[in-house]
Design a protein around this ligand. Structure first.
Ligand code: ATP
Length: 423
């Protein structure tokens, strides 16, 4: 059923009309040219997060367990419901908690596979990357390597075993997040956040494994600065937010252009697009949830959001299962397990074990020294033997020539040689 979508207090001439897959602007009940958009799904304000999750995100989560990268993000004007969609409330849990539970449930159902799941949570605030799971871990750099692709160096990655553990980490991260107050939203997100789960899995009794990354992203809200009443710190934040959202828009625009004419994609222009590079135009399944305010006063912002959404819809990614070479995957897992054990060891005050390790290290060191000493002695004896053999040869030669008696000195040398020859 179609329904109209306009806010109270508006002038009343213009309103958004929506149905299940389309939205268009009407002016006195007549469609305004160039303002009709078609999407996979369109929801009105009565939709629950669970329904959005079921239609847009669940398939990504299931695919992640099978080794595909996936990303879901919320985009929209400030105060239009991005954080509510991603985090939700007690009565209506958002995409992130629903995804977390689904990942563990799906993993539990796959009885023939083993899983190693790690999570990280970061924010991009004023174009700096901060670790939301470790207080004080700020301004982290982005690096790129052949093995890992683009990654944030020094970001805490926690190995998790159940949904409750992840939800606790999320709460910790939420508490560390930058919020501010604007005219439009008393608890406005002033940063973009990326909650990431890395799901490594392999078939039981096999060494091949896959590494799938799930990004769940809550973007800061785009805004028109005069509307939000921003000044000082808020203004600086707003400029950074708008700039990085503009770059995100540019990247999406470029990606939505016809393949051959695309040219350079400006991923490097912002940290957000750099981190999400593979999700935006590479190897990932991506869902974008756009949130909009229905009120007439926000028509321009809503139109901007819808334009962003329709360009994003034209981007076609090419998702493939990630398969890591056997040795590398094993090594990685072993490294993580060692790290885990080391942490546990540190936490358990097992001095006896540490003493034992220390003693074994000392013993090993001693036997290495002993081995070096013996090698040196052997080398010295070898040299001595060579010298004596040389002298003996010379002596024999002079005997042949002169046929004289052996001197006392020469005798001593030759007897030394006999000693050496004795087994
Ligand atoms: N579907 C909804 N049901 C109930 N309340 C909602 C819904 N969507 C948003 N809200 C409420 O509206 C307010 C603004 O929403 P929210 O903080 O999610 O916006 P936002 O887009 O994340 O804003 P910002 O970009 O400023 O962070 C919040 O108080 C939120 O609880």
């Amino acid at each position: 059923d179609s329904s109209s979508f306009s806010g109270g207090g508006a002038v009343g001439n213009r309103e958004w009309r929506i149905d299940d897959s389309g939205i268009s602007l009407l002016h006195r009940a007549v469609p305004v040219p160039g303002t009709s958009f078609v999407f996979d799904h369109v929801f009105n304000e009565s939709v629950t997060n669970a329904r959005i999750y079921g239609l847009l995100v669940r398939s990504l989560i299931r695919a992640a367990v099978d080794g595909f990268n996936g990303t879901a993000f919320a985009y929209g004007q400030t105060s239009s419901g991005k954080t509510f969609t991603m985090n939700g409330s007690g009565a209506d849990p958002g995409i992130i908690p629903l995804a977390v539970r689904d990942i563990f449930d799906t993993a539990a159902e796959a009885a023939d596979r083993v899983f190693l799941i790690r999570v990280s949570y970061m924010e991009i605030y004023n174009e700096e990357i901060n670790d939301l799971l470790t207080l004080g871990s700020e301004k982290l750099p982005i690096h790129e390597s052949l093995e890992r692709g683009v990654y944030v160096s020094g970001l805490r990655e926690e190995i998790v075993n159940n949904a409750e553990q992840v939800l606790q980490l999320l709460e910790l991260g939420e508490a560390n997040r930058h919020f501010g107050e604007t005219n439009m939203n008393v608890r406005s997100s002033r940063s973009h956040t990326i909650f990431r789960m890395v799901i490594e899995s392999s078939a039981k009794h096999q060494t091949n494994s896959g590494d799938a990354i799930r990004n769940l992203v809550d973007l800061a809200g785009s805004e028109r600065i005069p509307k939000t009443g921003a000044d000082g710190v808020r203004l600086k934040e707003g400029k950074h937010i708008n700039k990085s959202l503009m770059i995100l828009g540019n990247v999406i625009n470029k990606l939505s252009e016809n393949g051959k004419q695309r040219g350079h994609i400006p991923y490097r222009d912002s940290k957000l697009t750099r981190i999400l590079q593979s999700a935006l135009g590479g190897n990932a399944k991506t869902s974008i949830i756009c949130t909009a305010a229905p009120e007439e006063i926000h028509i321009e912002e809503t139109r901007g959001t819808l334009q962003f959404a329709s360009r994003a819809k034209c981007v076609s990614n090419c998702a493939q299962v990630n398969e890591i070479l056997t040795d590398a995957a094993l090594l990685k897992r072993q490294k993580l397990e060692i790290e885990e054990l080391r942490k546990k060891l540190q936490g358990s005050h097992s001095e006896d074990l540490e003493q034992l390790i220390l003693k074994q290290r000392n013993d090993m060191h001693k036997s290495e020294l002993e081995r070096d000493r013996l090698a040196m002695e052997l080398e010295e004896e070898r040299r001595l033997r060579e010298t004596l053999e040389h002298r003996l040869a010379k002596q024999k030669m002079s005997q042949n020539h002169n046929n004289t008696d052996i001197s006392v000195e020469q005798f001593a040398d030759s007897s030394q040689l006999d000693v050496l020859k004795t087994p």
